[in-house]
Design a protein around this ligand. Structure first.
Ligand SMILES: *[C@@H]1O[C@H](CO)[C@@H](O)[C@H](O)[C@H]1NC(C)=O
Ligand SMILES: *[C@@H]1O[C@H](CO)[C@@H](O)[C@H](O)[C@H]1NC(C)=O
Ligand SMILES: *[C@@H]1O[C@H](CO)[C@@H](O)[C@H](O)[C@H]1NC(C)=O
Ligand SMILES: CC(=O)N[C@H]1CO[C@H](CO)[C@@H](O)[C@@H]1O
Length: 363
């Protein structure tokens, strides 16, 4: 059983981000990195990045959370009640010269513990990857920047980005308007996959020790692409959902399952060995689903984020909700740490929410 150990709310000073721009429905515009520090008691410090008005990114640090036994207060229907805290430090990340609205930002760890890789992509598909110190300070200037393949033509729109789990320098960039997924090794263009519909989400999958496979949601379909395959433009699988619905999110679990969700408010989990649905959680969210992440603590649990400002955690096989929390206005960005159950959301109002979830005591 999972339990929330803390839920904190902090307000981004409005002088920093005066009028946050909304980006697209499913844009992923918050990235979270958490550092565990050992002092006398164990402490947890949060760290996040959000893009502001258009094209700059900000870095925030929150006060450490003590990892004591105290659990979060809960209201009706296991709705967690946030505890107010304050941003202790903030800075502008000054080297992401995007010229249009940032759509996705991703932070990834590197071999060295004091350095992170920051990737960002804007609405024209312009990708910038740079290094960032874990203290938010510059370690090095820009690492590399790649202009979209169709530079100068086309229109802006949603764009997504993911790093290969085995090699951070391998990056996939999805550009909605161009109906393309471009794969790069640093700034070297490796391949373009052409989707049938506007892509809405992209994620690398790991099948065994292979990491050349990508999952993409496009329209009502989940499509799977393999860098090693030439036939059919690299598309190795297409799974059709109900026509007319739009999928907005795809993610994989440590057990290999793949989950998708979207406008029909339903989450479907597939087994990639048979491409059969192993679970469906119909109408689980009140509004359209724009984000799903499997728990890193227990892969039987997922976190589902909807267009309103709710996020809930539940057991996907049992279709059973465990707890939820809410932002105080629409999410502008939401993400879960890659390897820990720490979730962060950024709201239109300027509030940020951070939840820390652990394995509960009773089972
Ligand atoms: C996975 O790695 C092992 C050992 O490195 C190798 O023998 C095997 O062929 C790899 N499998 C695939 C599918 O590449
Ligand atoms: C995806 O699956 C691989 C292994 O199958 C795992 O290492 C990785 O952490 C998974 N990603 C997520 C977000 O759980
Ligand atoms: C899910 O919601 C739709 C309406 O959006 C409704 O028609 C359908 O019956 C619901 N299904 C279940 C299983 O609740
Ligand atoms: C999402 C992602 O690419 N995560 C990677 C971040 O970096 C570490 C170490 O280099 C990898 O192990 C992760 O898979």
């Amino acid at each position: 059983m999972l339990e929330a150990r803390s839920l904190k709310k902090a307000v981004v000073p409005s002088r920093l981000i005066e009028y946050p721009s909304p980006a697209n429905l499913q844009s992923n515009r918050l990235s979270l990195h958490v550092i565990y520090m050992l002092v006398t008691t164990e402490l947890l410090a949060g760290f996040m990045l959000l893009p502001a008005a258009i094209s700059t990114e900000f870095w925030f640090s929150l006060p450490p959370v003590s990892l004591g036994d105290s659990l979060v207060d809960k209201g009706k229907d296991s709705l967690l009640i946030p505890e107010q805290t304050q941003v202790v430090e903030s800075a502008m990340v000054n080297r992401c010269p995007h010229r249009s609205e940032i759509q996705t930002i991703v932070l990834n760890e590197t071999e060295s513990s004091d350095c992170l890789i920051l990737g960002s992509v804007d609405s024209y598909g312009h990708l910038i990857v740079s290094r960032l110190g874990t203290d938010g300070k510059d370690v090095e200037r820009l690492t590399f920047s790649v202009s979209p393949q169709d530079f100068g033509v086309g229109e802006g729109g949603w764009a997504g980005l993911c790093f290969s789990p085995s090699q951070w320098s391998t990056t996939a960039v999805a550009h909605s308007f161009g109906k393309t997924i471009d794969v790069f090794d640093q700034d070297l263009h490796l391949r373009t996959f052409r989707t049938l519909w506007y892509p809405t989400a992209v994620d690398f999958l790991q099948t065994g020790n292979e990491t050349s496979v990508l999952a993409v949601t496009e329209g009502c379909q989940l499509s799977i692409w393999d860098l090693r395959v030439n036939e059919k433009g690299g598309c190795v699988q297409r799974i059709c959902g109900s026509v007319g619905d739009i999928l907005y999110t795809v993610c994989n679990s440590s057990t290999g399952n793949i989950a998708v969700g979207g406008s029909d408010r339903t989450m479907t989990v597939y087994d990639p060995r048979r491409w059969a649905a192993v679970a469906r959680w119909v109408n689980c969210s009140k509004y359209e689903i724009t984000g799903i992440s499997f728990s890193s603590v227990d892969p039987n649990y997922v976190y589902i984020q909807g267009v309103d400002y709710e996020v809930f955690c539940g057991e996907w096989k049992e279709n059973k909700k465990a707890f939820s929390f809410r932002g105080d206005s629409n999410w502008l960005g939401f993400s879960k740490c890659r390897s820990k159950d720490v979730l962060g959301g950024w709201c239109d109002s300027g509030s940020i929410f951070i939840a820390d979830v652990v394995e509960g005591k009773e089972s």
